[in-house]
Design a protein around this ligand. Structure first.
Ligand SMILES: [Zn+2]
Length: 442
């Protein structure tokens, strides 16, 4: 046994040495990937024409690098111009397969300190550029891991996949991750190196994330001259027959929603989340008669909300709960009882949850602890929560365990000057290699 352990240790040392040897090339790959604008064309405020085909071009470039590292590549194009890339490094066939999932789309550019967001700029150890942290550093780390496995001649027992997907930033998983799974590229587990290294919180390994739901409520009123307010709201007037101010009715509904949020602080629980973690956030309020003019009764008020909810509950259950609560409150108001609140359920991201005591979680946690403690971060007893949603939810929907852990910094993701610490890319590659050896065998 002693010599087996010594061999294993020597092999890991050789892998880490190979990772460091190719780290500069991995940085080159990251710079080249940042240089291809792969802005998700479906984001609000983005001109889709400008960025048409960008994701495919970035995946073409990445495919060349993966083939250069000996991987078989295939594309999955559920929508023309938005090609996913699948890279496969075949195992000997006996072991479990592992996927590394990284989305190739980025958020829209914002004006920041650099003129060109697609020209990566390195300052000290930080590499700035759109998508550097979220999440092209993960592509570089995945390539680096494969390169090291090749150099050391490791044959894994199971297949190693890289799923470089489109559409993640707008939860278009039907074009991205779900399309890849539908095309038959199943894996037995997946590691998603989304940004989870923020400041001292290095390589947070996440097995769970809250679900969310984006929705709007519209309350209707009845327009009339502003000066009739006394007749509409005071004794002796005609009441609702005169006019109904949608702002007044909207705030009644707002209060009901706020009351539900207070209840949620006690009723919505999950052992991995702190008390009161789940919220119903009002983000947009519009109320007017179709244009902004105070001398009228506004005849509609629309609130846009974004809520979060715990693993174990479904989007459908949340939707039913909100509608029942608001409809019950509205039933107590004669106008709202007769003019029901209109709900628009816009988008939902299901929660993520993989058993933190599963074999996969234990293997990935060991890998994470080895890599993160070498960088001075504390060892973790168990996987943690992710501060953001990810494609983990859509692997789990197929029964595939999914964990999130990567080199980027969530605090600068989606910001004007996102950056990644380039030293974390080899560390992420080392974690991927260790997880692959532990999970796939070989
Ligand atoms: Zn991301």
């Amino acid at each position: 046994m002693g010599s087996t352990n010594e061999n294993a240790t020597a092999r890991l040392e050789a892998l880490d040495a190979a990772i460091l040897e190719h780290a500069q090339e991995a940085e080159r790959l990251l710079i080249d990937l940042v240089a291809v604008p792969s802005v998700n064309p479906l984001q609000p405020g983005v001109d889709a024409e400008t960025y048409a085909g960008g994701e495919s071009r970035a995946n073409e470039l990445f495919g060349e690098w993966l083939r250069g590292a000996g991987m078989e590549t295939q594309t999955v194009e559920a929508e023309t111009g938005r090609a996913n890339l699948v890279g496969i490094r075949r195992g000997s066939g006996a072991g479990r397969s592992l996927g590394i999932n990284a989305h190739i789309d980025t958020v829209a550019p914002q004006s920041g300190r650099f003129e060109n967001p697609w020209k990566a700029e390195r300052i000290g150890n930080l590499l700035y550029g759109l998508g550097a942290t979220d999440m092209k550093a993960a592509h570089a780390a995945a390539w680096l891991a494969v390169k090291a496995l090749n150099d050391v001649g490791v044959v894994l027992d199971g297949d190693l996949h890289i799923h470089s997907v489109v559409g993640e930033e707008t939860m278009s998983h039907g074009l991205g991750t779900t399309a890849v799974l539908d095309a038959g590229f199943d894996v037995d587990a997946v590691l998603i190196p989304e940004p989870t290294s923020s400041g001292a919180d290095l390589f947070r390994l996440a097995n769970t994330a809250a679900g969310n739901y984006l929705f709007s409520l519209t309350v209707r009123g009845k327009s009339t001259h502003w000066a009739s307010r006394n007749l509409a709201i005071r004794a002796g007037g005609g009441g609702d027959a005169v006019g109904v101010n949608a702002i007044d009715k909207g705030f009644y509904i707002y209060s009901a929603m706020r009351q539900l949020e207070e209840q949620w602080a006690f009723t919505k629980k999950h052992p991995q989340f702190p008390a009161g973690a789940f919220i119903i956030h009002p983000g947009v309020l519009h109320a007017d008669i179709g244009f902004a003019a105070a001398p009228y009764f506004p005849d509609r008020a629309r609130f846009d909300y974004l809520l979060s909810f715990p693993p174990g509950e479904t989007s459908e259950q949340i939707r039913e709960e909100i509608e029942a609560h608001i409809n019950a409150a509205a039933a107590l108001d004669p106008w709202l009882a007769a003019h029901p609140v209109e709900f628009e359920w816009i988008d939902t991201w299901p929660p993520a949850y993989t058993d933190p005591s599963s074999d996969f979680a234990r293997i990935a946690l060991d890998a994470r602890n080895t890599v993160a403690t070498a960088l001075g971060a504390p060892s973790l007893e168990a996987p943690q929560t992710n501060g953001a949603q990810s494609d983990a939810s859509f692997y789990e929907a197929r029964g595939i365990p999914a964990l999130v852990c990567g080199p980027g910094n969530l605090l600068v993701a989606h910001s004007a000057d996102e950056f990644v610490d380039v030293n974390l890319i080899p560390a992420a590659a080392s974690m991927i290699v260790r997880t692959a050896l532990g999970w796939c065998g070989g």
